[in-house]
Design a protein around this ligand. Structure first.
Ligand code: HEC
Length: 437
């Protein structure tokens, strides 16, 4: 069924009231909540349900609006029970988030055959972190590159660590929502036996008809806040970072975030990616000012080689090794003008809630979606845009070179879960079960 524009606006108006004042408000999706760029931006703790029309080919505004609404709802202040709070996003500048309470990959895929702890069970920090006072519930971050422990050599060849201007490694975190966790647990997908027994791995998809939250996963990139960083500009957390058998307590600022949502209209999932606005200048732009991952005066203090944009750092890669050389990051593909206009709208709306909100310092880079989700000749559903990269996560795979540059769907389509290479429905999480065997 097609929903008219008027219906979106009614939906928007209802949401405005609900978002600011209703305490029992939860994050469950709203079936009417997907408006194209031209319409009023509404901040809400409700996730958008799915596209309003059948994949409007080439119209990125529907998907970008979906992305922003997802980012806002998932970053909404969270209550103790993990549901969205009645308070406005960023009302206190920064806030603990809904997605921050999700279960992390390492909590779910404990070891082959071991049942993951119940949803919401706090992670037990590793001994090295307990030794410096980490209590249960502490956020602990392990990953430094895509290459950690899991994936095939072709991926490792393309990826490497991102090192910031203070010579610290950027950290990555992967978390899934409750419906995704439930599907893994209910089908015993944390075991090799479960992975073999299931016919097709098919995570539950959100739809306009059902209007309930379904599978969503997040990958976040964090930098250690230090010299040159203004903590008031970042969504930040106190966390423990692990380097081998060492652990350190640090303040981390969010610099990148992927959100992947499976919906009925997009069985290849919808791939949204956000960055901190200070991350990196466009390759072709004037490069003065302060960036998280670019030093305009690089050549004054470093060799021309080390100032080469987006160059992979030298090995060995070791976050505890002193004297690391920062990566000089530039954005190869500028953000689309229409996406940039939508960014301005959401940022303005966020600042209305609080001029000092940290959330207005984030921008959508783009949304990759399947244009022809049921194309029988192409399991990736002809992704649009064909390439999409986050400068803090796919730093070394930016651009538009076929087979080389980052395509979220193109790469995640290769994710498998068993030695028999069963497709794992676009998530790499289940490849960790294999890694444990
Ligand atoms: C070259 C391959 C590749 C590309 C391109 C890629 N990813 Fe991933 N992604 C991975 C791998 C491998 C993992 C898991 C391991 C890791 O993150 O270290 C992952 C993890 C994730 C996760 C966490 C859930 C999971 O599957 O483990 C999300 C969410 C995600 N990526 C989103 C994206 C988005 C959005 C894009 C495009 C902007 C993208 N990825 C591009 C390979 C890729």
């Amino acid at each position: 069924m097609r929903i008219s524009k008027a219906a979106y606006m009614v939906g928007g108006a209802v949401l405005t009231a609900a978002a600011v004042g209703v305490a029992s408000f939860t994050g469950s999706p709203n079936a009417r909540d997907t408006a194209p760029t031209g319409e009023t931006v509404v901040l809400s703790s409700r996730l958008p349900a799915d596209m309003a029309v059948e994949n409007p080919v080439g119209d990125r505004s529907y998907y970008d609006t979906f992305s922003w609404k997802s980012f806002v709802a998932l970053s909404w202040p969270v209550r103790a029970d993990g549901q969205a709070d009645a308070q406005m996003i960023g009302a206190d500048g920064d806030n603990a988030t809904v997605w921050g309470t999700w279960m992390e990959d390492y909590q779910i895929l404990v070891a082959d055959g071991e049942r993951p702890p119940a949803w919401g069970t706090p992670a037990v920090p590793p001994p090295a972190c307990q030794a410096i006072g980490a209590a249960d519930k502490a956020r602990v971050l392990y990953h430094t590159t895509k290459a950690d422990a899991v994936v095939s050599s072709s991926l490792q060849a393309q990826a490497g660590p991102l090192i910031d201007l203070n010579a610290r490694y950027v950290r990555y975190e992967i978390a899934v929502n409750r419906p995704m966790y439930d599907y893994i647990v209910d089908n015993s997908l944390y075991t090799q036996a479960g992975l073999k027994a299931i016919g097709t791995i098919d995570f539950p998809a959100r739809s306009r008809a059902i209007g309930a939250e379904r599978a969503t996963m997040v990958k976040a990139a964090w930098k250690v806040l230090g010299d040159g960083d203004n903590p008031a500009r970042f969504h930040s957390i106190n966390a423990y970072v692990v380097n081998g058998d060492q652990c350190a307590r640090v303040q981390l600022g969010l610099v990148g975030m992927h959100i992947s949502t499976k919906t009925e209209s997009a069985p290849q999932w919808i791939w949204s990616t956000f960055e901190h606005v200070d991350n990196a200048p466009d390759a072709s732009a004037d490069k003065t000012g302060h960036y998280n991952f670019y030093d305009p005066d690089c050549l004054q203090s470093r060799s021309a080689e080390s100032c080469t944009p987006n160059a992979l750092p030298d090995t060995p890669w070791d976050p505890s090794r002193p004297g690391q050389v920062p990566v000089q990051v530039v954005r190869v593909t500028p953000v689309d003008a229409e996406t940039a206009a939508l960014n301005a709208k959401f940022q303005t709306e966020l600042k209305k809630a609080n001029p000092d909100t940290v959330w207005a310092n984030y921008m959508l880079i783009g949304t990759q979606y399947p244009q022809k989700p049921t194309d029988t000749t192409d399991p990736t559903g002809r992704p649009f845009p064909p390439y999409l990269a986050n400068t803090a996560i796919e730093t070394f795979m930016q651009g538009d070179t076929p087979m080389v540059s980052s395509s979220c769907i193109g790469c995640h389509n290769r994710a498998t879960a068993t030695p028999a290479a069963k497709p794992s429905d676009f998530t790499y999480i289940l490849s960790r079960v294999m890694a444990k065997e």
